[in-house]
Write a protein that binds this ligand. Structure first.
Ligand SMILES: *[C@@H]1O[C@H](CO)[C@@H](O)[C@H](O)[C@H]1NC(C)=O
Ligand SMILES: *[C@@H]1O[C@H](CO)[C@@H](O)[C@H](O)[C@H]1NC(C)=O
Length: 479
């Protein structure tokens, strides 16, 4: 009590025209802060107090009453923004009281909190979660079995908004809310991101517009491994105050912390989409044959590639290529190869990315994605040459490897050329790349996986380069 009073008087002495206390609804707090308010008033300070009771835990009327939880952070922000605008104390109190009716919070935890030097505040067997707890280590209102983030969040929002529950927040489709996902102390950023995503999609699934999101540690219970969700129904005025500039160090004001209420879930990759509606062209047959050749030669050399890879990597180079080859063959047998090479490249990029995996999957996918662009509207030899060049450049840009670094990048720069020289060039390329693969034997790995291995232990050709040579040889022979 004495420190609260001292703080109020310090503010008065610093020239504050009024002081507002924002108090969470705990009996001890109400009493001590209330007493300080009375004493400050006796000394002529304009002081007022609002009680935050945003707890949505209780379904039945309870003697303990709704506690103040993380929704208090919203109240601090709104009141602070109003004060910064120079609004009089009575007006701030009035607006804050209005906002309080529209705030609700519920927490869930996988562990109790433990005050340093004390035993845990309650026992929680493994595999169980505590729902509806307070911030001082009080246990919750019920135990649940551990479930997925989506299920838990769905459960929490059901409970928070259930009209049959005494302490619910009335929320309906069409409402707009500010969401705060609060780390109770021990969750990792990864877990926080998973819960945040689940909360946004759960709310949006109920037709609620998520106007703003904040996610992080705002009101913790020491190292409790749990999370609370706070919702504040928002109108234009509430959002304006929420968005007001502040230099408060704990306020998340970087872009990216707040998002506006659009759905930003990624569309699933367009792999396996039915291309049968796409027109077959004169090239379809040729390209299908070529792909079959490429895939079967990769499958033939699976073991050889694996054994080369065992010398410098984890021995799965043949397997990953075989995986991609099988996926492509499977796709070939159930789809019509599009007549446009650019479209084919894009489809292959998606397939490889999804089914091949690892760095090789990403590298091939990068190559194919970049190569698809010049081939979108053209398929003359010069466009193919540009495409090969664009693909190689993309690998170099993101893979950080250059020719000579003992990686799959052994491709000489291609120049646009006429059809007759194209075939010659392809042949030269095939021989060059076979030579190139062979010559990686003598290179020092400066990028890629082999770069972590002592040079004297890497004496065989690079398996990735051998795989590329295999692909090019198959392409050439199928023509
Ligand atoms: C605060 O808690 C008390 C019980 O301690 C309860 O009677 C009261 O209704 C609660 N206040 C609010 C605003 O819910
Ligand atoms: C973010 O915080 C910095 C100081 O930490 C402040 O200068 C800046 O104005 C703040 N931005 C917003 C949008 O509140």
């Amino acid at each position: 009590m004495a420190s609260v009073l001292a703080a109020i008087l310090a503010l008065r002495d610093a020239g504050a025209s009024g002081v507002l206390l924002i108090v969470k609804n705990y009996t001890g707090d109400r009493l001590n802060f209330g007493l300080a308010v009375e004493q400050a008033r006796n000394r002529g300070v304009a002081v007022d107090m609002v009680i935050v009771a945003d707890d949505c835990a209780f379904s039945q009327p309870s003697k303990a009453g709704r506690r103040g939880l993380c929704g208090t952070v919203f109240v601090h922000k709104l009141a602070g923004a109003l004060a910064a605008e120079g609004r009089p104390l009575e007006e701030i109190v009035c607006q804050v009281k209005e906002a309080l009716k529209n705030i609700g919070t519920l927490g869930v935890s996988l562990s109790p909190c433990s005050v340093p030097g004390c035993l845990p505040s309650f026992d929680l067997p493994p595999g169980e979660m505590e729902l509806g707890l307070g911030i001082h280590g009080e246990p919750g209102i019920k135990r649940l079995k551990v479930a997925t983030a989506d299920e838990v969040v769905n459960n929490m929002i059901d409970h928070m908004t259930n009209p049959a529950s005494q302490s619910h927040l009335a929320l309906k489709s069409g409402d707009s809310v500010v969401l705060c996902v609060n780390n109770l102390g021990a969750l990792s950023r990864l877990e926080m991101a998973v819960v945040t995503r689940a909360a946004i999609s759960c709310l949006e699934g109920r037709g609620v517009q998520v106007a703003r999101v904040m996610s992080g540690s705002f009101m913790t219970s020491l190292e409790m491994a749990g999370v609370s969700l706070s919702l504040m129904k928002a109108n234009q005025e509430v959002l304006r105050l929420f968005d007001a500039k502040t230099s408060a160090p704990a306020w998340p004001n970087q872009s990216g912390v707040r998002v506006s209420g659009r759905s930003y879930t990624l569309d699933p990759p367009a792999v396996g989409t039915d291309v049968s509606s796409q027109s077959e062209g004169p090239l379809s047959g040729v390209m299908a044959n070529t792909l079959e050749m490429v895939c079967s030669s990769l499958l033939q050399r699976q073991e050889e590639l694996n054994s080369l890879d065992r010398a410098s990597g984890d021995g799965d180079c043949g397997n990953t290529h075989a995986q991609a080859a099988k996926a492509i063959l499977e796709w070939l047998h159930s789809h019509v190869v599009p007549g446009c090479p650019g479209q084919l490249m894009s489809t292959l990029a998606g397939l490889v990315q999804e089914r091949m995996g690892g760095s090789s999957g990403a590298l091939y996918s990068l190559f194919l994605t970049a190569a698809a662009v010049p081939l979108k509207d053209h398929c003359h030899p010069a466009a193919w040459a540009t495409a090969m060049h664009a693909g190689t450049e993309a690998i170099r840009r993101y893979g950080g490897a250059d020719p000579g670094d003992r990686t799959m990048v052994r491709t000489p720069k291609m120049v646009p050329c006429s059809l007759s020289t194209w075939y010659q060039l392809v042949h030269i390329r095939v021989c060059r790349s076979e030579l190139g693969a062979e010559s990686t034997r003598d290179l020092i790995a400066r990028a890629g996986r082999a770069s972590y291995i002592a040079t004297e232990r890497v004496t065989l050709p690079d398996p990735g380069a051998v795989a590329i040579a295999t692909i090019l040889r198959a392409v050439f022979q199928s023509e």
